[in-house]
Unconditional design. Structure first.
Length: 181
């Protein structure tokens, strides 16, 4: 199983593209973990945004969706509030129980292929490479391609890293490389 962390104001579509792409190429199940948006109370996003994250994960095919319910305050160790429980109930009633919404109904139509072994954080344009080196020219190109393809495809994009025999025939309608114009 491969998990994505939906946290810190990162783009949900980008996190799903990364985790689903990795899982698809390894023939693994995948899911998302909704965790802290803030480093202080209320820690988690509000109920409406949580509902949208649950819905996007479900529609994109997540086998699992978890919520990280922990705070650093020993007097109040839980982060889930009533609005979150309402979002969970609404998700179950309006999405999971809805016969018109198919789990995994939003399939990847395109793949964006990133450089092999390129450990750039991808959280912001100047993020670090392997947590050590400053962003470089490749980072700028990758950032531009990721933003462009997420804008174009949304949840219908997978992001993968280059390797030999990367794709099976017909796996994606469109394949883009990070350095392709």
């Amino acid at each position: 199983m491969v998990l994505a962390e939906l946290a810190w104001n990162n783009t949900v579509a980008q996190e799903i593209a990364l985790v689903r792409g990795a899982a698809n190429l390894q023939n693994k199940q995948w899911g998302t973990c909704i965790t802290w948006k803030y480093t202080h109370p209320p820690y988690l996003t509000d109920g409406e945004e949580m509902f949208e994250q649950l819905k996007m994960s479900y529609e994109a095919g997540a086998n699992y969706v978890m919520i990280f319910n922990y705070s650093e305050d020993p007097a109040s160790p839980n982060t889930l509030q009533e609005e979150h429980f309402s979002a969970l109930e609404r998700f179950w009633n309006d999405i999971v129980q809805n016969p018109d919404i198919v789990p995994g109904g939003v399939k990847a139509e395109a793949a964006l292929v990133l450089p092999k072994n390129y450990g750039w954080g991808m959280r912001w344009q100047q993020d670090r490479i392997w947590g050590v080196w400053s962003a470089d020219e490749t980072s700028q190109e990758v950032w531009g391609q990721v933003q462009s393809k997420i804008d174009q495809y949304g949840l219908k994009l997978d992001i993968v890293f280059e390797k030999p025999n990367l794709f099976t025939s017909g796996q994606y309608n469109n394949i883009y490389y990070w350095n392709q114009q």
